[in-house]
Design a protein around this ligand. Structure first.
Ligand SMILES: Nc1nc2c(ncn2[C@@H]2O[C@H](COP(=O)(O)OP(=O)(O)OP(=O)(O)O)[C@@H](O)[C@H]2O)c(=O)[nH]1
Ligand SMILES: [Mg+2]
Length: 469
């Protein structure tokens, strides 16, 4: 997400920083680079122009140019402007005074409506303890209802459906009755997608709106389609009073333009982003955190929240105690590794740490699932005694040969794992403090990742310095 934009902006800032006191020309040149980087990230040209213009107005003032921290101040201005263009504050979902709160999901074909409906149901259930009823109102695409039912079952949320013979507005009416009867406080309506924003779709959405007076009408758009996503949002919003946008597929190779532009062009806030196919891959959209990710300042807050949600605190505390007593074994190592994996793909995690952008590119695929399996295989090929006392393996080459052949790996993989086990002890020591939300632990983690070469702590399949893509 935003890799290229991020790299280019940071390069522009690095150039500024190297100059000490800045001249007006230095700033202008940096602005040209910033503007080019934005356009290249598929940011709408009027937005790129306005953004750089506003930055220029603030940055070329005499006070800044004469100050010794000019470059830093320019970065701060860019940061603030990025936050502003993305809408400033995080936009929360409303709740109607008279329950149930209805959330209507709309969008073009394949944008990710059904997936986002289910993810949102899960999110609201888990974070706000809402009682959610999902409604299958796509009666056109074969298997659309079944898709929602499968997802609902997966996340433990009820799905209301009436087959394909009842008209969607009627289904929604019945679903509301059901919600009132069943004590559901939130109803999420998954609707059909159309190829284009066409009249039939709009009429149907209007009918659904009339029977359900939704609190939220969320447009789901595919971030990968860049400017198209923005155009879809614009034409939708002209015709229909959207209350928010969900940008999906932010995990794929999107250049980020849509995230930076939608709000400014449509006036409609982005409320969530989808970052993967799994049900937990939905994040509230925080302009400030995203700006800070783009500028390479990390997003420690999101990482901490994710850690709190996924890391088992008791387990973490237990491991932390073991570390303190120096009783950390390869078995614990494996447990920890599995916990870290739960946080998400490593490159995503690294992207949230300050200053990790560059390292991330080097380490991109150092820790994929294959790697985890390899480490698991090696550790599981050891005897329990060996796992508890890695020194036994370190001292004996015959043990290492046996373990390598038992796990289908090379002796050097085993060596590498052992050699790096010590680094990991330090790393995980800081990591396990994270469950309590300590920022200090996070910066410690960032440091040890940096000094220890980050994902290099894991054995790498095809050479550690291989670049991704
Ligand atoms: N990588 C990634 N894939 C996603 C994301 N959201 C949805 N998808 C995938 O996109 C595809 C389409 O998603 P759906 O939820 O079926 O889209 P839809 O808008 O309901 O599609 P129609 O009902 O046919 O209009 C599926 O394969 C999803 O797994 C996301 O955030 N990241
Ligand atoms: Mg669908």
């Amino acid at each position: 997400m935003f890799d290229r934009l991020s790299t280019r902006l940071q390069d522009a800032f690095a150039k500024l920083r190297s100059k000490g006191r800045l001249s007006e020309d230095d700033v202008k040149e940096a602005l040209r680079e910033i503007r080019r980087a934005l356009l290249d990230a598929d940011v709408h040209h009027t937005v790129a122009k306005e953004l750089t213009e506003r930055i220029r107005e603030q940055a070329v003032g005499q006070e800044i140019l004469q100050s010794l921290t000019a470059a830093q101040q320019v970065v701060k201005i860019v940061n603030d402007e990025l936050v502003a263009v993305m809408g400033g504050e995080q936009a929360k979902l409303g709740r109607s005074a008279k329950p149930p709160t209805v959330i209507l999901m709309a969008g073009t074909q394949g944008a990710g409506k059904t997936t986002a409906s289910a993810k949102l149901a899960r999110y609201l259930t888990e974070t706000e303890h809402r009682r959610v009823l999902l409604v299958a109102a796509d009666v056109y695409r074969p298997a659309a209802i079944q898709q929602l039912e499968i997802l609902g079952a997966q996340i433990g949320v009820s799905v209301f459906s009436q087959g394909t013979d009842v008209a969607p507005p009627e289904i929604v009416g019945h679903a509301l009755d059901e919600a009132r009867r069943g004590g559901y406080d939130t109803v999420i309506v998954d609707t059909a997608g159309r190829l284009h924003v066409d009249e039939a779709l709009m009429v149907e959405l209007e009918q659904i709106q009339a029977v359900s007076t939704p609190e939220e009408i969320l447009l789901v758009v595919d971030a990968m389609t860049g400017q198209d996503a923005v155009n879809v949002a614009e034409s939708f919003h002209k015709r229909f009073p959207l209350t928010g946008v969900i940008l999906t597929k932010m995990d794929s190779d999107t250049r980020g333009g849509a995230a930076l532009t939608v709000r400014h062009i449509t006036g409609c806030p982005v409320k969530f982003i989808g970052t993967g196919e799994k049900m937990d891959a939905l994040e509230p959209f925080y302009p400030d955190r995203l700006a800070s990710r783009i500028l390479g300042m990390g997003d420690v807050l999101t990482l901490i929240e994710r850690a709190q949600a996924t890391i088992d605190e008791d387990e973490a505390r237990n491991l932390e105690a073991k570390l303190r007593r120096n009783e950390f074994t390869l078995e614990d190592f494996l447990t920890q590794l599995r916990q870290v994996k739960k946080l998400g793909p490593l490159d995503q995690i690294l992207g949230m740490l300050p200053g990790m952008g560059k390292l991330k590119q080097l380490q991109g695929d150092a820790v994929d699932d294959r790697q985890l399996k390899k480490v698991e295989a090696i550790i599981l090929s050891m005897t329990r005694q060996e796992r508890l006392q890695p020194e036994l393996v370190m001292k004996s080459s015959s043990r290492r040969v046996r373990i390598a052949s038992g796990s289908g790996t090379q002796v050097r993989d085993v060596n590498q794992l052992l050699k790096q086990f010590d680094d990991m002890r330090k790393l995980f020591k800081q990591f396990s403090g994270m469950g309590k939300g300590s920022r200090k632990a996070m910066s410690g983690l960032a440091n040890s990742l940096r000094s220890g070469g980050g994902g290099a702590a894991f054995p790498s399949a095809g050479g550690r310095n291989k670049r991704r893509r």
